[in-house]
Write a protein that binds this ligand. Structure first.
Ligand SMILES: *Cc1c(COP(=O)(O)O)cnc(C)c1O
Length: 396
C-alpha cells in the first residue's frame, strides 16, 4: 500500500486484478458479481472482446496527435452521436466534468455571441452531481464538494427539486443563461425528474430564451433503456454532457449541442490536448455500435423490469432494511434503513456482490447493459442474503 496517493478516496479493501463480463476477479481469488461497473461506465461489462480488439488495433497505429490535426475516428463518432440525438455538433473531452465544463461555457458564450453578455446565470438543482471542476462543483453546489475551495463562483445558483415557483422565477430573469439538470440523478440517489416537469422546463426555457443543459454523463448512453434519458419525456435539451459509458470503460466524454446553441464556440473558444484522441475514438465508436443496438436497449428494459420487480418484492419482505426502490432502467437506487456504506461492505465481503453508494442513504445497482437474466437473478439472491445479514446485524 503506497502512502503517496492523495487521500481523497476511501477505497474498498479489494485488490482487483482482472475483469470479464459482469465478474471482477481479485488477486486473492475472490470472484465478485460487479454491479458497480466502474460507476456505470463499463456498460458492456469488463473486457468486451470488440472493445479490446478496437483498442489493440488502434494502439498499434496511432495514439495521439492533438486537435491541431484531424483525428481518425472523431468524425465517425460525432456523426453517430448527432445522427442519434438532437445535436448538430460535438466537442470531445476526457471526462464527464470536462464535458460539463464545455456545456457551461457553450451556454454563456451563446448569449454573449447573441449580444446579451449579461446573461451569465446558471441554475442547478439540489442533489445534483456534475463532477469536480470549479464550474461543476459550483453548478451542483453540494457543500461537501465546495467547502474550503474559496468563494462561490459568480453566476451560479441553486434550485430545489420540485420548487416550480422558484424555477419559473429563475427562468424569467433577464440575466439567466441556462438551467443544468440530470434527467435522472446518479450520485444524488437515482431521483428521476418527472417527464412532465422536463417538458414544462422546455416550454418555459423556450419562452424566455434560456438554454437547457442536460447532464447525461451517468443516465445517458442506454442506461435508462433509451439511448438518452430525456427521450422518455419526448423532449430534448440544447446542450448535453455525456461521458462514463461513452467509452465503455475507456476515458472519454463529449459535449453535444445544437448548431444554434454552439454558435459562440468558434475557433479558439475552447480546446483540449487529449480530448477525442485516436484511442478514445476507436473504443468509443466500437462501444456506440454495441450500445445503440435495439437488442441492447431491449435487454436493459427487460432486465430493469425484472430487477425492479424483484427488489420491490424484497422491500415487502425487508421493510426494516429497504425504504425505497427508485431510478430508471439500470440506474437503480435502493434507499436503505441501515447505513448504506456498511451495507455495501456486507454485500461485498459476505456475498461478493459489488454495489455503488449514493446520496440519500442509497446504494445503486449499475450492472452492465448486457447483463443476463441469470446474472440478474444471482444479483438478487446475493442482495437478499445481504438484507438478511443486515437484519441480523441490526438485531444486534
Ligand atoms: C460521474 C459524473 C460526472 C463527472 O464525470 P467524471 O468523468 O468523473 O469527471 C458528471 N456528471 C454526472 C451526472 C456524473 O455521474
Amino acid at each position: 500500500m503506497s502512502g503517496h496517493l492523495m487521500g481523497v478516496y476511501n477505497r474498498a479493501p479489494v485488490e482487483v486484478e482482472r475483469g470479464e463480463g459482469a465478474r471482477l476477479y481479485a488477486a486473492d481469488g475472490t470472484v465478485y458479481l460487479d454491479c458497480v461497473m466502474g460507476i456505470s461506465t463499463n456498460a458492456l461489462g469488463h473486457a468486451h472482446p470488440k472493445l479490446v480488439q478496437a483498442l489493440k488495433d488502434q494502439a498499434e497505429k496511432l495514439w495521439h496527435v492533438s486537435n491541431i490535426f484531424k483525428i481518425p475516428g472523431q468524425d465517425a463518432l460525432a456523426d453517430r452521436l448527432c445522427q442519434n440525438s438532437f445535436a448538430d455538433v460535438v466537442f470531445f473531452t476526457n471526462s464527464g466534468t470536462e464535458a460539463v465544463e464545455c456545456a457551461l461555457k457553450t451556454a454563456r458564450k451563446y448569449h454573449s455571441a447573441n449580444g446579451q453578455p449579461e446573461r451569465i446565470d446558471i441554475y442547478g438543482f439540489d442533489g445534483s452531481f456534475h463532477g469536480r471542476t470549479y464550474g461543476a462543483i459550483n453548478a451542483a453546489a453540494n457543500p461537501s464538494y465546495t467547502d474550503g475551495f474559496g468563494p462561490p463562483m459568480a453566476g451560479f445558483h441553486q434550485l430545489k427539486w420540485g420548487d416550480h415557483d422558484a424555477i419559473k422565477a429563475a427562468i424569467a430573469q433577464p440575466t439567466t443563461a441556462a438551467i443544468i439538470v440530470e434527467p435522472v440523478q446518479g450520485e444524488g440517489g437515482c431521483r428521476a425528474m418527472p417527464e412532465q416537469c422536463l417538458r414544462g422546463l422546455r416550454e418555459l426555457c423556450d419562452e424566455y430564451g434560456v438554454l437547457i443543459i442536460f447532464d447525461e454523463v451517468q443516465c445517458g448512453m442506454g442506461r435508462t433503456g433509451k439511448l438518452w434519458a430525456h427521450e422518455w419525456a419526448g423532449m430534448a435539451p440544447d446542450i448535453m454532457a455525456i461521458a462514463k459509458a461513452l467509452g465503455g470503460g475507456f476515458p472519454v466524454g463529449a459535449c453535444l449541442a445544437t448548431a444554434e446553441a454552439a454558435k459562440g464556440m468558434t475557433v479558439g473558444a475552447h480546446g483540449s490536448t487529449f480530448g477525442g484522441n485516436p484511442l478514445a475514438m476507436a473504443v468509443g465508436n466500437a462501444a456506440f455500435e454495441e450500445i445503440s443496438k435495439p437488442e441492447t436497449l431491449a435487454n436493459v428494459n427487460e432486465i430493469a423490469g425484472y430487477l425492479k420487480q424483484q427488489l420491490h418484492g424484497l422491500k415487502e419482505r425487508f421493510p426494516d432494511v429497504i425504504a425505497d426502490v427508485r431510478g430508471k432502467g439500470l440506474l437503480i437506487g435502493i434507499k436503505l434503513i441501515p447505513n448504506n456504506r456498511e451495507f455495501m461492505g456486507w454485500a461485498r465481503d459476505e456475498n461478493h456482490l459489488l454495489v455503488a453508494g449514493g446520496g440519500d442513504n442509497c446504494v445503486r445497482m449499475l450492472p452492465p447493459l448486457n447483463f443476463t437474466r441469470d446474472d440478474a437473478a444471482e444479483a438478487i439472491a446475493r442482495f437478499e442474503k445481504t438484507c438478511e445479514f443486515a437484519r441480523g446485524k441490526m438485531a444486534g
